[in-house]
Unconditional design. Structure first.
Length: 272
């Protein structure tokens, strides 16, 4: 999506801080893209928000109580070549030492198909990035009790866990017991979480992007009513870990409401 936007083929898309960095630096999936830095220069940001934490979910009656129990199991760790798969593999390796295709069987599906496969009990474990609280996990409660697998305290300093958390846009979140009706965890669960955002390109209309940005915050109560996790989208944290310049329309709105914009996020198009 980001390359399409940079080529003026997409006006709005969901950004990821990590993917922005890969394109800017010409690394990972963009290593063979000779003009990656130039393409990154066409990307503009509107607002950042938490994508959610990478939950590892198993049915309570599956016999899987910790990540060590994933040995020999069918595990969904995200679509092939996705940023999600990379971080989930790092987490599993950091907690257990297990490698995909050696110690457990990674199942290749898209996110939506994997959710259905887990509900149909075709997967032993299902890793998915989802907000806290998550409507998806609340819906699982209607199908049965489930357990969320986390990172134990004694594994937080493992190099793979540190690598998963060191990527720009990454942090750690705690899922509390009783967050969901069907959740059986009795202790808080630590998970890696990611920051994403709404992005555009430098050619997008200034007034339109201004109006989109303004609407997000003018209708904040409506957003929260639709999804409680959207409480996290506020002017105070809208630029959290942002690593691509703001669009001139979004920049105009943030300046108007008194948000201090770091110099690195001021769009080149800004006159002042």
């Amino acid at each position: 999506m980001i390359v399409d936007a940079a080529n003026q083929q997409l006006d709005l898309f969901m950004t990821a801080v990590s993917i922005n960095g890969y394109l800017r630096d010409g690394t990972r999936m963009y290593e063979q893209l000779p003009n990656s830095k130039e393409l990154f220069g066409n990307i503009r940001s509107i607002v950042n928000y938490p994508l959610g934490a990478y939950h590892g979910i198993t049915w309570a009656d599956s016999g899987i109580e910790t990540m060590e129990d994933l040995k020999g199991k069918k595990v969904y760790i995200g679509p092939p070549s996705s940023a999600g798969r990379t971080v989930i593999e790092q987490v599993i390796k950091g907690v257990t030492g297990y490698e995909a295709n050696t110690d457990f069987e990674p199942v290749n599906l898209d996110w939506a198909s994997a959710e259905q496969a887990f509900q149909d009990r075709q997967l032993d474990a299902y890793f998915v990035p989802t907000p806290i609280p998550s409507s998806e996990l609340q819906q699982l409660s209607a199908l049965g009790e489930f357990r969320v697998l986390g990172i134990p305290d004694d594994k937080i300093d493992d190099p793979s866990i540190q690598a998963a958390g060191a990527v720009p846009g990454r942090t750690f979140d705690m899922l509390q017991p009783g967050t969901y009706g069907g959740q059986v965890n009795e202790e808080p669960v630590r998970m890696v979480s990611s920051i994403v955002g709404l992005g555009t390109n430098k050619w997008a209309d200034e007034e339109q992007i201004y109006n989109i940005t303004k609407a997000i915050f003018d209708h904040h109560d409506d957003l929260v009513a639709a999804a409680k996790w959207m409480e996290a989208i506020t002017p105070e944290n809208a630029l959290n870990q942002m690593n691509a310049p703001l669009h001139i329309g979004a920049y105009k709105y943030y300046k108007e409401i008194g948000v201090e914009v770091p110099e690195a996020l001021i769009p080149p198009e800004a006159a002042d």
